[in-house]
Ligand binder design. Sequence first.
Ligand code: P6P
Length: 316
Amino acid sequence: MYNKIVTLTEYLLKEEQKFEKATGSFTLLMTTLENAVKIIASHVKQSGLVDILGKTGSTNASGDEVKKLDILSNEILVDCLSQSGQAQTLASEELADAISLENNGHYMVYFDPLDGSSNIEVNVNIGTIFSIYLNDKNILQPGRKQVAAGYIIYGPSVMFVYSCGQGVNGFTLDPSVGTFLLSHPNIIIPEEKGIYSFNESYEPIFHKHTLKYLKDVKNSEKKYTSRYIGSMVVDVHRTLLKGGIFGYPSDKERPDGILRLMYEVNPLAYIIQQAGGLAFSEKKNPLDITPKQLHQRVSIVMGSKKEVNHYQSFLS
Ligand code: P6P
């Protein structure tokens, strides 16, 4: 008997059967998303070749314009999700306003099509982040109302990580078959780990509590190390699997940090909390923030329970 590994599609269908009233709409939405990110993954893999074959913004051998990868990724997601008919509203970091589609889709999908795109040219991992709500016509729902969220990491492997409220599962693309296989069932974040992930070049403008925290971990008996990739989705993925803490806190010049609530912080905070970790923006759970506008920025610290509590202990 060959070693039967569960595919993402099989997993989605199995989950669907747990819900009596399921119509298959969510499964179709997620399968559409899966197909879109496979197309993005293929472009990401070739991105290094674009430099050889023609700079982005130029035209390629067949005369097509070579697009910036984040713009192309956004177009792929908008096209695929629009055609699925399952989402009535789409919102993207790359679009000023949400798109309202002429369909009866049950869902609203928010996404950062290619987070960390500045890392593409140096061949460092990047990712797509998504957040899904039921379509209740209000595009500014708090993160707690997400029905599903997750991300796809384009790295040595392409990984699809998501939760719909019953824990977190990771699927790895088998490129020989073109299928995501369940490789990380029921991911639980380690309760503590000495890895902190902050951009310390902002030390001159960090608030006092952040400075005190960083000083403490550098002089702690417990061994800490620093890791910062500069793609939030990748820094959070490492934190999810290995433990530790990721932070982009507010500072003296950016009272709301820089990360986006609707399609970066909420989906990743949802995943971290579904895996048993903590997340907070200033003094509250980001999932409890009622958004004021679509591209709202918030400060964020998230990760292992003990590490986040340790950071919070420095908040006066
Ligand atoms: P800084 C990438 O551009 C991004 O939006 C996040 O993915 C990442 O965590 C952050 O910005 C990096 O910002 O200020 O450290 O370069």
